[in-house]
Write a protein that binds this ligand. Structure first.
Ligand SMILES: Cc1cc2nc3c(=O)[nH]c(=O)nc-3n(C[C@H](O)[C@H](O)[C@H](O)COP(=O)(O)OP(=O)(O)OC[C@H]3O[C@@H](n4cnc5c(N)ncnc54)[C@H](O)[C@@H]3O)c2cc1C
Length: 399
């Protein structure tokens, strides 16, 4: 019989991937316990930009009213600036009346999604750090965790690891794989009192560095900076490096002149990671735990939420099987995410050469069919396959 420390399913981590997976599972009537190491609300190093496709996924989860009840900004467009040439992705124009993009602090978004999971019957234990999976034979059968009461063992029929970029779970099972490129450092902070109104999201790209601006409140913007690992001189403090690098990005420097930094600078590096496998007997990985590429094209939260849908369906399959194998999960993820990942790699390749990037931004801005395709793909609401067709690439690069 399922007892307090023997739920059917354990979810490790209460970010968007964990909360959404737990909600989907609890709705099917399963007993679900979510273990989260932090006390919520907690901060997370993020550019705090949710694409329209993220908002669609939150809407389909049924949590949009809960999220929108928190402080946020609706963003009707995203502007990409490549040292001069600009490309505006106008979501409102392309999908009138549909969900816009959203700027929202992760402390608010993640807390809203975790409370929504709780409301749907998930038992949430905060300040509970999972230290290792519990195995029986060749299958995962629970976790060991440090709780407020001390070390505890939680047995379960299935474990979903949604413990983020530095997943303890994936590492303990030896699933991590080395990742050579890109190796980047991300630094983020929030500011008040910006010199000009920022109405949409912005991404400024040049010389292998990029900086995002995302409004997250009435008078508050998130400014993220991504640079190659190792470019911070050892003698410079993180704050000196962050501020001096941003002062060299013209569009961002203009916005920030006279603004006041309201938060600590949070950093993550290297950001990209990969895993050998993201499913095994009795367990699966979802969200960043299953791999993360780069935040340039903003698809992290989207993958977390859409991955959660696939994860919940795969857990249902696994619970019907003796070996608890979530059959079909990895193939489902490949089908859903591989095209967008290839497009991201293509864009990352362009990032290596400012002249190529400027050329592409100018051409895309001037060619409505290319711009429209990119708007939907980078907005996470149309399939990325179109951008991999030779005709699209020819349209983008032809003189
Ligand atoms: C600099 C930067 C900027 C980004 N900007 C954007 C953006 O603007 N838009 C976007 O869509 N994506 C962005 N991303 C990516 C996005 O933040 C992630 O893809 C997203 O947070 C993944 O969600 P998740 O639930 O998998 O992981 P997380 O949000 O990291 O949640 C994991 C949770 O697990 C908990 N946890 C970790 N270890 C344990 C443990 N041992 N026991 C229990 N709990 C544990 C953590 O406390 C955390 O709450 C950015 C990433 C970076 C690095």
């Amino acid at each position: 019989m399922a007892g307090l420390n023997r739920p059917k399913v354990i979810v490790v981590g209460g970010g968007p991937a964990g909360s959404a997976t737990a909600t989907h599972l609890a709705r099917t009537g399963l007993e679900v316990t979510l273990l989260e190491r932090a006390g919520f609300p907690r901060e997370k190093a993020c550019a705090e930009y949710c694409s329209p496709g993220v908002v669609d996924a939150i809407d389909e989860l049924g949590a949009l009213d809960h999220v929108r009840a928190r402080q946020h900004r609706d963003l009707s467009q995203m502007r990409i600036v490549a040292r001069g040439p600009r490309l505006t992705l106008d979501f409102a124009n392309q999908r009138p009346g549909a969900n816009p993009a959203l700027g929202i602090k992760r402390s608010e978004l993640d807390d809203a999604l975790l409370r929504f999971a709780e409301k749907n019957g998930v038992r949430v234990l905060e300040r509970t750090r999972v230290s290792a999976p519990l195995t029986r034979g060749n299958r995962v059968a629970g976790v060991r965790a440090r709780t407020r009461e001390g070390e505890q063992t939680f047995e379960a029929d299935f474990v979903v690891a949604a413990d983020g970029l530095h997943s303890t779970f994936a590492r303990s099972l030896g699933l991590e794989k080395s990742f050579r490129w890109p190796r980047r450092l991300g630094l983020v902070a929030r500011f008040r009192g910006v010199s000009e109104p920022v109405t949409g999201g912005q991404m400024h790209i040049a010389d292998g560095v990029y900086a995002g601006v995302s409004p997250v409140g009435e008078d508050e913007v998130n400014v993220s900076l991504v640079v190659p690992m190792g470019s911070k001189p050892p003698e410079a403090s993180t704050a000196e490096f962050y501020e001096s690098t941003l002062s060299q990005v013209p569009g961002v420097a203009a916005i920030l002149s006279g603004a006041e930094r309201m938060s600590a600078i949070r950093g993550v590096g290297p950001m990209a990671r990969r895993v050998r496998r993201c499913a095994g007997p009795g367990c699966l990985l979802v969200g960043d735990a299953a791999g993360f590429f780069d935040p340039l094209t903003g698809e992290g939260i989207h993958r977390a939420l859409r991955g959660a849908e696939l994860a919940a369906a795969a857990v249902a399959v696994a619970l019907q099987r003796e070996d608890r194998m979530p059959v079909g999960y990895e193939a489902g993820r490949d089908a859903q995410f591989n095209d967008k990942e290839r497009v991201c790699r293509l864009i990352q390749g362009m990032l290596l050469s400012t002249p190529v990037l400027r050329y592409a931004a100018r051409r895309a801005g001037a060619r409505p069919e290319v711009r429209d395709n990119l708007t939907g793909i980078l907005g996470d609401y149309t399939s990325a396959r179109a951008a991999l067709r030779p005709a699209f690439l020819w349209n983008l690069f032809r003189p």
